[in-house]
Design a protein around this ligand. Sequence first.
Ligand code: TRP
Length: 454
Amino acid sequence: MVPGGETDRPAKREHWASRAGFIMAAAGSAVGLGNVWKFPYMAGENGGGAFVIVYLPIVFTIGISVLLAELIIGRAAQKDPVGAFRMLGRRPWPLVGFMGILAAFLILSFYGVVAGWTLAFAVKMATGVFSVPGADPATIFGAFIGAPLPPLLYAAAFMALTAWVVLGGIGHGIERANLVLMPLLFVILVALVARAVTLPGAMDGLMFFVRPDFSKVTGATFTAALGQAFFSLSVGLGAMITYGSYLDRKQNIGRSATSVVGLDTLAAILAGLVIFPAVFAAGVDPGAGPGLVFVTLPSVFTQMPGGQVFGALFFVLLAIAALTSAVSLLEPVVAFFMDEYGFRRARIAVVTGGAAFLLGIPSSLSMGPWADATLFGKGFLDLLAFVTSSIMLPVGGLLIAVFVGWVMGPRAIAELKGEEATAPALARAWLTILRFVAPLAIAWILVNELISTG
Ligand code: TRP
């Protein structure tokens, strides 16, 4: 018995039932609001194609290396992030795991609020709220997120769905949900691309997205691209350590990591191919910021034939993407309480999911009734989003890179080499990125950020 625990530990750790199941679950984690909501508006604010050109190399060097580092830690330890660092490293290292669990919980709390908006907008599109003559999407959006109660009800519904998937466990809950939802998501996304690029005027949107405007690239673009890469790939807090801990040693994780990064990037590009043609076809500003998807798209949809159906589909897609990501934010927290304290999965999934919903309440209210309560000029949700994605994730990613590069070092290479197919040159490049490139690049960007905001 474990002190504070309520049952004996399960005799055997759960594992993914198949390689495809694991890849879908990890891709489901990665593909989320970050791809479909955040990536297009960040690209829109940062010079379109120019942002893409800065973003892609970061993803395929630092991003993929840290992702692989997390999977190696998890698979080697077969434990939650705190337990994994305790097992593979010395004393202060488990703190990195603790910071990760905390970050996961904090992100989940506001992620659930925004995900609730997507559920609400799916309902609004389907019921024709935007098709009423004189309906103004900006007013509808502002009124909805600013009201005290309805956004909270949708957030509660979303969090209940998330906890329900997690309490089903790895093979039955998370893997099965992702095996159905991820292919569905790509089918909807491709259908939407087909619709968007055939709109009159779509060409301008395509050009904006592929033709770089380098005059918009500044130091801030690099900070934004790095933060976006971490957030989008779900790295920096141990979500991938947790998913990796349900892998057995037979799988080639180098190849799996490449598939996950490929699918995540594909989803972001496809989302851009939906949103920019649609935005230009409707003549709205691509640099509209976070409201890009919630304000400009409904106005685009109502102007186009079949828009009510495509609009509802779009927000259903967004809700699905958010659900499979939220699951991967709750799972590390649940795994922590199961592995470290022996709690039972179902009970702790409901308790921590409920707690994340409660912490989401101030985030939701900060969009309306509490809009005036600000700290450093930011409301509660914005502040949480900034502290987690711009500080905790990069710091976590840096420490994970240092841990695998310097503390595990040769052992990490041995873990990779256990797989016949890994080329030695690639393994060496990976270690070099973890030891030097990633820590220096992340530290440089963090310092820059402190100087520019401080
Ligand atoms: N990657 C998800 C998105 O793009 C968000 C997410 C899920 C996440 N799990 C994570 C971000 C773990 C950081 C760490 O929306």
